[in-house]
Write a protein that binds this ligand. Structure first.
Ligand code: ADP
Ligand code: MG
Length: 236
């Protein structure tokens, strides 16, 4: 029974994240609507019109980034804790991030051992995606994103390393704090908070090593899962 209670608490994370999104996107949507309403003003001059349109567009973009940081993979109907085959999940995340990597001249390599963890596929891939997106954004002039996973006894270690701008120790300390962002209007400051919550809910932890000008490595530790049956395809 205890096991069941713990499971249902973990599952609530998707609903909580969905509730948080609807709260977070309300402000940019309201702002965008307000500026569109102003566009209806009669005799509005071209300069104001363009200004209002640009604000509307950037507020809509902001709403979109917030949804992305929370719910890229969300599919509530399949919300369940299953055995996740790490190489498949990593590959699925790489497929989603590759267009962004190409735009930034970032080369992705991966070396992922055959291992399993237990969790929700949506949440786990979202957690990896938010780290990878930051890694790519930290390499404006290109670089490498290296993904690796290995299992040592009962623990799976997943590392994501970039050759980007890196962080000062004070910045590393603030990771996961809501709204902490150094990206101005382009950032939400929500991506790492989401990732930390997901990894915690899976019973894992995250370590960060970073050096300004050199790069950053995120190391995620998660309990390994030993499925009763050999590997099964969990989704299509
Ligand atoms: P956002 O990406 O919207 O700014 P996040 O919560 O995803 O918000 O990240 C918070 C901050 O952490 C970023 O603004 C950035 O300063 C820092 N950060 C996260 N990952 C990296 C990284 N790989 N390299 C450098 N800085 C990073
Ligand atoms: Mg981010």
């Amino acid at each position: 029974l205890r096991e069941q209670v713990v499971q249902s608490e973990k599952l609530q994370l998707i609903s909580q994240l969905a509730a948080a999104v609807s709260h977070e996107v309300r402000n940019p949507l309201t702002a965008s609507r307000g500026f569109m309403q102003l566009l209806l003003t009669e005799g509005i001059d071209t300069e104001s019109r363009n200004r209002f349109l640009n604000i509307s567009i950037s507020e809509l973009d902001r709403a979109e980034s917030i949804i992305r940081d929370y719910l890229t993979f969300a599919k509530p109907e399949t919300e369940q804790l299953v055995s996740l085959y790490v190489p498949d999940e990593v590959k699925r995340m790489i497929d989603v991030i590759t267009p962004l990597a190409n735009m930034h001249n970032v080369h992705i390599t991966s070396d992922v051992a055959a291992c399993c963890i237990k969790g929700s596929p949506q949440l786990f891939t979202q957690g990896l995606l938010n780290i990878s997106k930051n890694a790519i954004e930290a390499m404006p002039h290109g670089g490498s994103l290296i993904l690796a996973a290995e299992q040592k006894e009962g623990t799976v270690f997943i590392s994501l390393s970039d050759t980007g701008i890196g962080m000062m120790p004070e910045q590393v300390k603030r990771l996961g704090e809501p709204y902490y962002s150094t990206k101005g209007a382009k950032g939400t400051g929500l991506g790492m908070m989401v990732t930390y919550r997901i990894v915690e809910a899976m019973g894992g932890s995250i370590q960060v090593d970073s050096e300004p000008g050199k790069g950053t490595r995120f190391l995620i530790e998660l309990p390994a899962h030993f499925p009763d049956q050999p590997r099964q395809v969990q989704y299509t």
